[in-house]
Design a protein around this ligand. Structure first.
Ligand code: ADP
Length: 266
């Protein structure tokens, strides 16, 4: 085959250089767009608790402070708004650190059933206030040893079990099951809540995505919980999966490695 003429060679070099430059420009534009969107989203989310706190404080200053009962009510509400602002900022920092790869994972061996039990003990009070029962399904005699970042997996279980309680109805149930496979441990969090429509299922892991904007916000969520869950599991080379039926409930599942040595010792 005849080799390319010098002119065509130069042309092809110029073409591939132009293509590479275009790719760089596209990436930069995408990053800029992502940043703009992110800042717009954050500003929007921060406004809610800030406006609420401002409202309560100005009402107090306008005279409501004179009445002891009203004063207490408004101060409590202002404190609650500031608490939710604090949670939002914390979640944003965590997500930002995860997305930029700054967060380090600290892997150790631990028993998943103990971790799940701790999370459930912590959430029991919130669940009973909503008349939701949390059931556990694992063998208490068995070891479910995994190798993972314990505080981060605690956060994963906390977010998923809390959502199961939060998006449930009165008298509903959340069942947390742990089972072992050959090389992995699977955790399923199944609720009898409102479920998630198919068109929303793919998007619930995006930051600030809420199925029913006003209803979810009313329930006090930051809209960042599942985005954080997804990032943490990615850091463990794992994935979160979900299946849901509207009106019946949802199941969120993830797997972690089953610690080999302990498995052999079983
Ligand atoms: P939020 O802080 O709003 O709960 P998440 O990121 O944890 O944010 O969840 C995103 C959205 O997905 C929620 O606002 C809610 O609409 C929906 N969602 C999450 N978990 C469940 C669940 N178990 N049942 C029904 N809807 C859920």
């Amino acid at each position: 085959r005849a080799s390319l003429s010098p002119l065509r060679k130069i042309n092809s070099v110029i073409n591939s250089y132009a293509m590479a430059r275009q790719k760089e420009i596209d990436t930069l534009q995408k990053t800029a767009e992502f940043r703009r969107e992110f800042i717009a989203d954050i500003s929007h989310e921060l406004k809610t608790p800030i406006f609420a706190t401002q409202g309560y404080i100005h009402t107090l200053l306008d005279g409501a402070i004179e009445d002891k009962q009203v004063r207490m009510k408004f101060l409590k509400r202002a404190a609650k708004s500031l608490d939710s602002l604090d949670v939002l900022v914390q979640d944003l920092l965590t997500l930002n650190q995860m997305e930029s790869g700054v967060i380090k994972f600290n892997f150790t061996d631990f028993d998943l059933k103990d971790l799940v039990q701790e999370v459930v003990d912590q959430l029991e009070h919130k669940a009973s206030k909503r008349d939701v029962v949390i059931k556990l399904d694992f063998d208490p005699e068995k070891n479910y040893i995994t190798h993972a970042d314990r505080p981060k997996i605690y956060r994963v279980c906390q977010n998923l079990i809390f959502n199961g309680v939060n998006y449930n109805h009165n008298g509903g149930e959340v069942k947390v099951s742990i089972k072992t496979h050959k090389n992995s441990i699977q955790v399923d969090i199944k609720d009898t809540g409102q479920g998630i429509p198919p068109e929303d299922l793919k998007r619930i892991f995006e930051r600030f995505y809420r199925v029913e904007k006003s209803r979810s916000k009313e329930k006090g969520g930051t809209g960042l919980g599942l985005a954080i869950v997804k990032h943490i599991l990615e850091g463990h080379k794992s994935k979160i999966s979900v299946s849901s039926t509207v009106g019946k409930g949802s199941i969120f599942s993830f797997s972690l490695p089953l610690e080999k040595e302990k498995k052999a010792a079983d």
